[in-house]
Design a protein around this ligand. Structure first.
Ligand code: UDP
Length: 323
């Protein structure tokens, strides 16, 4: 099968592309390299360097004839989305409209889309299942929810079947160490910890230790990118055989606090990793933990690398040997 991986040079996209190649798919990566890296594009993949706002290149590329699109191209800094919403509206929402229009014109019938747990907002109950109300707390989450609604309409009107995969906190690196591109200017906990461990940053700021959690720090559900990649393939294969759209949470169903992540990183790296407690980051919920019962049941998916040791050791393998 032939897949177009839009955003395939990014952190998650490169892991997804790698796994599609490993499973014998023909892969074309479409990426503007804004946050993705050229070293994340594998020699076996074709590469189109272009933006999703460039409609004509999207349409010309899709005329190559693809069985499915994997759409991971997006801006993802929740904080920035609140100060510059225009940028997120344009890139995430308008960019996806281009993708959907090009898909309808060129006859692509399957889209696997990177959605986010950010569509839920402040949890009303834990674990969060797919029926939990969607009330995004930041504009980034709003763009993901709007795209899910667009997908639903293009399914209804144009017969494009989709999987909206609501990722919880993506983490880890390819266990075989084949993906070496580091995120530029990361804001997320694990890459920030890694930059402290390698001396690129002075210390970790722990955003609040007065949350109603076991140790007072924020609890998240970290899911390994290799497990995420596997879910993309399973979702595509499911849609291909069942001709049915899906909305699925992808998480490990386990909560880890900031301090638990930090302790594991210290153990795995053998580095002291200095940290200080600062004030809470606005908009951060105390605890987010997924129910992934649906993905497990429907796709037969089971995370294999999402225990704290594997999450941190696969990441340290890359950061610890970089630069
Ligand atoms: N966090 C932190 N310091 C940082 C980055 C994140 O204490 O430099 C905390 C954050 O408050 C949250 C958790 O780590 O409780 C995960 O944050 P991240 O930005 O990785 O993902 P989010 O859940 O916000 O999407």
């Amino acid at each position: 099968m032939k897949v177009l991986v839009i955003g395939g040079a990014g952190y998650i996209g490169s892991h997804v592309s790698r796994m599609f190649l490993d499973r014998g798919y023909s892969v074309t990566v479409y990426d503007n390299l804004y946050s993705g890296c050229r070293e994340n594009i594998f020699p076996e993949a074709k590469f189109v360097k272009a933006d999703i706002l460039d409609y004509s290149t999207l349409e010309i590329t899709m005329k190559g004839g693809f069985d499915a699109l994997i759409h991971l191209a997006a801006l993802k800094a929740a904080g920035e989305s609140m100060s510059i919403p225009e940028k997120y509206a344009l890139n995430n929402i308008s960019g996806t409209i281009n993708i959907l229009n090009a898909a309808s014109i060129t006859g692509v019938k399957i889209i696997v889309f990177s959605s986010s747990a950010a569509v839920y907002g402040e949890p009303e109950y834990i674990p969060l299942d797919e029926d939990h109300p969607t009330n995004p707390e930041n504009f980034y989450g709003f763009t993901k929810l709007e795209i899910e609604r667009l997908l639903e309409w293009y399914d209804r009107l144009k017969g494009i079947k989709y999987a909206a995969l609501r990722y919880f906190n993506a983490a880890g690196y390819d266990p075989e160490g084949r993906i070496r591109g580091l995120e530029k200017n990361p804001q997320n906990l694990i890459p920030v910890i890694m930059e402290v461990a390698t001396g690129k940053r002075e210390k970790l700021q722990i955003f609040g230790d007065d949350y109603p959690t076991e140790d007072g720090t924020g609890v998240r559900d970290y899911i390994h990118v290799t497990d995420l990649a596997d879910a993309h393939i399973k979702a595509l294969e499911y849609i291909h055989s069942h001709k049915e759209s899906l909305i699925l949470n992808l998480g490990s169903e386990t909560g880890l606090s900031v301090l638990e992540v930090l302790e594991t990183a210290r153990k795995v790296s053998g580095k002291p990793i200095p940290a200080e407690v600062t004030k809470r980051r606005p908009g951060d919920p105390a605890r987010l933990v997924a129910s992934a019962v649906k993905a497990k049941g429907v796709l037969g998916w089971n995370p294999r690398y999402s225990d704290p040791g594997s999450l941190l050791s696969t990441t340290w393998k890359i950061y610890g040997s970089s630069g």
